[in-house]
Design a protein around this ligand. Structure first.
Ligand code: FAD
Ligand code: AMP
Length: 478
């Protein structure tokens, strides 16, 4: 007889571990299988996000920004520090300590909530059976009333640029450099490419970003992406748009990259190259041929709005299914599925998923862009407020960027909020809450915000939708 559970989850990233914890909180007998091992070969939970994604990248982004502040901006506010230098191994080991603390935290939460953590690989067989292979090769079949597939995603590799030991790396490798590369190439000006490029550019690399598309960050509000591109170029990142990489040749010490743009073919040499051209579902080996689930041609598992697959009681969540590849989206899907297995009616509001690029300035948005609204024929009003008129931003010596609020022309309902600026990742939460509660721009305008705060820029942008911002001259008034 197979060991039996109420729920088995394959994958302990933000989707899987959140699902497992919520299932256990709701009294379901839960097991969570994950194959990840840390640098020392010990099982770790937390998936890409905690081990090789959100957390380590933010640890390096925050550390490198502190370096830039000390080197370039302390003097502006009257602090002299002498020559500032970087200790890369220390920075990396601090990052590793943060990761260790958080992944140990997940193991602790599993234990405390009675989630059975199963290190090893899971594979979905027919009839709600999971084959569980431990790291020592020992194999057993487990049964469950419900199965949640949460295997996440992995970097896409492109044939012209194969990874080459320590010279051509993916995002994981770019979190592990032992020193600051003199010349760093990044292929892909997506979120991950820009964040990792920013880290090493701040620490002193000469960074060239090669991006095949002509548009910079096409999913971002056009004004914000234009201003962000200007800011990143000013910081020293050489971002080449319309530059498609077609070939590369790596030696032990450097890599030559060939790319094509409107002017023809070019060659450029780097000491390190980061391939950041996107991610794909990590479904290798997770589905037995007769399990009844067939991935689509891009490797995604098809699900409905409740993350149910075509097989009853089998769900898929997180980066493996449609929607943005974001940790918070993955978590909310995991929690929703757990709740629904326990009979609750939880839903995910896919119209209200915040996105953030953790550069400096940060870019954050939720809802629709002007471009999308125009395409859909929706009439809307725009309010905006620049941080250079915000007292707190001036006090903080960080006034780049603006807040934009888009509201329905008739109902005044907020349809999108777009922020470029310091702390945009934190400020966007206010917009998400407002939109979750169907707020109008007027509702936000009538809400009291503490002074002096960056949040007041959100308030003023909402007021400016009707031409009533206090701290700027409004072009139109209603
Ligand atoms: P994952 O986190 O990928 O977890 C899946 C887990 O399943 C892994 O541990 C994997 O080993 C395991 N697994 C896979 N197959 C099996 C199997 N057969 N058996 C057992 N275990 C298996 N998102 C944000 O929202 N904010 C950010 O700032 C951010 N920064 C990022 C920075 C980088 C450099 C990267 C790479 C990603 C970043 N992301 C960010 C994306 C985020 O990491 C993912 O969206 C998120 O981790 C997806 O969660 P998940 O649970 O679906 O999958
Ligand atoms: P994202 O999917 O947001 O992580 O971004 C990845 C980026 O990499 C996209 O903007 C792609 O256009 C870009 N990209 C993919 N292949 C290439 C290539 N061969 N050369 C340059 N850029 C590429």
């Amino acid at each position: 007889m197979n060991k039996k559970y109420d729920v088995i989850i394959i994958g302990a990233g933000p989707a899987g571990y959140a699902a497992a914890i919520r299932c256990a909180q709701l009294g379901l007998k839960t097991a969570c299988i994950d194959k990840s091992l840390d640098k020392e070969g010990k099982p770790v939970y937390g998936g890409t996000c905690l081990n090789w994604g959100c957390i380590p990248s933010k640890a390096l982004l925050d550390a490198s920004q502190k370096f830039v502040d000390a080197r370039d901006h302390f003097a502006e506010v009257g602090i002299s520090v002498g020559k500032v230098s970087v200790d890369v191994p220390k920075m990396i080991s601090r990052k590793d300590d943060i990761v260790k603390g958080l992944t140990a935290g997940i193991a602790g939460l599993f234990k405390g909530n009675n989630v059975e953590a199963l290190p090893g690989t899971g594979k979905l067989l027919a009839d709600r059976v999971v084959e569980y292979v431990q790291h020592n090769g020992s194999t057993e079949n487990l049964s469950a009333d419900n199965i949640i597939l949460a295997p996440g995603s992995q970097p896409i590799d492109i044939p012209p640029v194969p990874l080459a030991d320590n010279v051509v790396v993916d995002s994981t490798g770019a979190l592990e450099f032992e020193s600051v590369p003199k010349r760093l190439g990044v292929i892909g000006a997506g979120v991950i490419g820009l964040e990792l490029g920013s880290v090493w550019s701040r620490l002193g690399s000469s960074v060239v970003v090669l991006e095949a598309l002509k548009d910079f960050l096409p999913m971002v509000d056009q004004r914000l992406s234009r201003d962000a591109l200007k800011a990143f170029k000013k910081q020293g990142m050489d971002i080449r748009l319309g530059a498609r990489v077609t070939a590369s040749k790596a030696t032990k010490k450097q890599v030559a990259v060939i790319y094509e743009d409107a002017e023809g073919e070019h060659q450029v040499k780097f000491d390190k190259l980061v391939v950041a051209v996107g991610r794909k579902p990590a479904i290798n080996g997770i589905l037995a041929a007769d399990c009844g689930i067939v991935p689509d041609d891009r490797g995604f598992l098809s699900v409905d709005e409740f993350c149910a697959t075509n097989i009853p009681n089998i769900y898929a969540v997180g980066d493996t299914v449609r929607g943005p590849m974001l940790a918070h989206k993955a978590t909310e899907e995991g929690v929703m599925v757990a709740d629904r297995i326990a009979g609750q009616k939880t839903m995910v509001n896919y119209d209200c998923i915040p996105s953030v690029v953790y550069t400096h300035p940060e870019i954050a948005w939720v809802g629709k862009t002007e471009r999308e609204l125009k395409k859909e024929g929706v009439k809307f009003n725009v309010g905006s407020f620049a941080f250079n008129a915000n007292g707190r931003a001036m006090a903080a010596n960080d006034t780049d960027g603006l807040v934009k609020v888009l509201a329905d022309a008739e109902s005044d309902r907020i349809l999108g909020v777009h922020i470029l600026g310091n702390q945009a990742s934190e400020l966007i939460a206010q917009a998400v809450i407002a939109m979750e509660f169907d707020a109008s721009a007027e509702d936000l305008g009538l809400t009291m915000f503490a002074h002096p705060t960056l949040s007041e820029a959100v308030h003023e942008a909402a007021l400016s939708v009707s031409g009533h911002a206090i701290h700027m001259l409004n072009r139109k008034r209603k």
